[in-house]
Write a protein that binds this ligand. Sequence first.
Ligand SMILES: NC(=O)c1ccc[n+]([C@@H]2O[C@H](COP(=O)([O-])OP(=O)(O)OC[C@H]3O[C@@H](n4cnc5c(N)ncnc54)[C@H](O)[C@@H]3O)[C@@H](O)[C@H]2O)c1
Length: 271
Amino acid sequence: MYNLLKGKRGIIFGALDENSIAWKTAERVHAEGGKFVLTNAPIAMRMGKINELAEKTGSEIIPADATNLEDLENLIVKAQEVLGGKLDFVLHSIGMSVNVRKKRHYTDQNYDWTHKGWDVSAVSFHKVMQTLYKQDAMNEWGSIVALTYMAAQRTFPDYNDMADNKAYLESIARSFGYFFGTDKKVRVNTISQSPTPTTAGQGVKGFDGFIAYADKMSPLGNASAQDCADYTVSLFSDLTRKITMQNLFHDGGFSNVGVSNAVMEQFVGEE
Ligand SMILES: NC(=O)c1ccc[n+]([C@@H]2O[C@H](COP(=O)([O-])OP(=O)(O)OC[C@H]3O[C@@H](n4cnc5c(N)ncnc54)[C@H](O)[C@@H]3O)[C@@H](O)[C@H]2O)c1
């Protein structure tokens, strides 16, 4: 380890169990000397194992529903008290679509569910940043990261309304990134991650076939949750201070491949 985050403080949203991208990131941030508060929705606290992670990393847990402004205000005030100052990094690792969960097809959405999924998966990022901004809770040269998926740019039919939520999330990173950059010298980026076997990932129809396909398409293979944790640490560190308002593909090269020989082999007959 390199002590890349020594002396830095932050908040990590979205660790549910040991498969979660946020879980792996929390462990890696801890190993790099960063201190943080863990948070998740009150309901996830009961289902997940976040207490284990808190113990392991010497962190406090402050529950917050990321769609609820009062919860977020309380979280950000208390996190600064617990950690002893303003924040240097924030990870938004939150996603949920009710249409996906309840297997409603994209062409037959229940719009109450669409609205709920949009609020949880996309608008919550704005709410988190607006609360940080109003409380002036970020140190200069701090870094805010959210996780996204390439379905925001290209169609993956079974990703359903999460594709639209991710497009909105990425746009918020650019729009808020402008104000956070000019007013507070804070970076805002999204990481567009390979399909990853987590609770949220496995909710997508046909996930097993899909993750194998992505792996065969990517020259370097899929990026794992652990790889994502490493990349996120680099974005929280002082080594990436001028990267902001970007959607950063972290996918083993998948996003720039038209077709790979490994995939072609399944379609080409003997010559
Ligand atoms: N798994 C993949 O294939 C993949 C690929 C690209 C991007 N992502 C993104 O990575 C992020 C993390 O997901 P993951 O794959 O680690 O799955 P995960 O299920 O472990 O994490 C999702 C988290 O969102 C939390 N959450 C849901 N509603 C919330 C609310 N109202 N308030 C606060 N938290 C809430 C859940 O409790 C959970 O901890 C998501 O944004 C997801 O879309 C995942």
